[in-house]
Design a protein around this ligand. Sequence first.
Ligand SMILES: NC(=O)c1ccc[n+]([C@@H]2O[C@H](COP(=O)([O-])OP(=O)(O)OC[C@H]3O[C@@H](n4cnc5c(N)ncnc54)[C@H](OP(=O)(O)O)[C@@H]3O)[C@@H](O)[C@H]2O)c1
Length: 294
Amino acid sequence: MAIGVTTPTGNVGSELIRRLVQAGERPVALVRDPSRLGPDVATTVEARRGDLADIRYVTEALQGVDALYLVIPEVLDVDDPEADAEALAEAVIAAAEAARVGRIVFQSSLGAEQRTGAGFISALGRVEERLDALSARTGTRVCHLRCGYLFSNLLMDLDGLRRGELRNAIPEDTPLPWVAPTDVAAVACGRLLSTAWTGRVAQAVSGPEDLTFPQVAAIVADATGWPVTYSRDADADVRRGLADAGFSQAAVDSIAGMSEGIRDAYHAAERTAVATTPTSLVGWVRQHLPRGTG
Ligand SMILES: NC(=O)c1ccc[n+]([C@@H]2O[C@H](COP(=O)([O-])OP(=O)(O)OC[C@H]3O[C@@H](n4cnc5c(N)ncnc54)[C@H](OP(=O)(O)O)[C@@H]3O)[C@@H](O)[C@H]2O)c1
């Protein structure tokens, strides 16, 4: 059995590669630069080098792959991020169909069930629809992992966090399911290795507990010693800031739409035992954020 992994250098992909190697697999990494895979796994994966936007490359790279972990990179500094993401997804899905990949596990998001109104997350929802259509047409098994808010988002502005700034447009009293990338990888690894499931599945991956942004700020402050507090940005200010920074109107909608849409999606979400994963935010912070150097 060959398992293919897209974005194997990413937050989730890198953890997934490690878990598959630990399980005794030799995963096929679809990677732009194999040197970025890291020395500990470089000899235990089969790196097939190329860009996911290159359909000929993807078609060749998926030959012999039985199960695929699909991540659509979130490239936002382009004219139309959602159109680009959906075009890339369509091409990769066509390549997977041509290569007769039997199982596809897709890294989707909380809120993707909203096909509109949640920015880039809605584009992931439309990718889910394309995968569902593939499944209906060919019998390919597809599993959408609707991940919560990744802990690794805290790394996007590490300097700001060190100075004490945690900013977002999510209301202070809105809890979200925050989840560790390694927990998403663990669920993905199980789905990829198992042949017991069939059809089309959507599964939330929600972390151990729902947290508001002020709670997250307090956890980070306590674990790092950094003076972190949460400041909520108004939606209009976020949009204006992105436009001033040169983002296109479509990109502004894709980015701002995520925080605008996800707060409503949360209220519709249901926490279940299956969706709950173990890694705590405080444990992740201790591992990834250097205490006291702020
Ligand atoms: N952030 C969240 O809270 C959240 C929640 C739910 C779902 N999601 C979704 O999860 C996905 C991101 O997952 P992640 O955070 O694990 O990934 P990530 O760390 O953002 O990694 C993305 C990887 O994609 C690779 N890449 C970018 N463009 C590529 C291309 N054209 N061809 C091949 N590789 C390319 C990059 O690798 P190299 O630079 O090394 O080539 C990079 O390591 C997005 O679809 C996002 O919408 C995110």
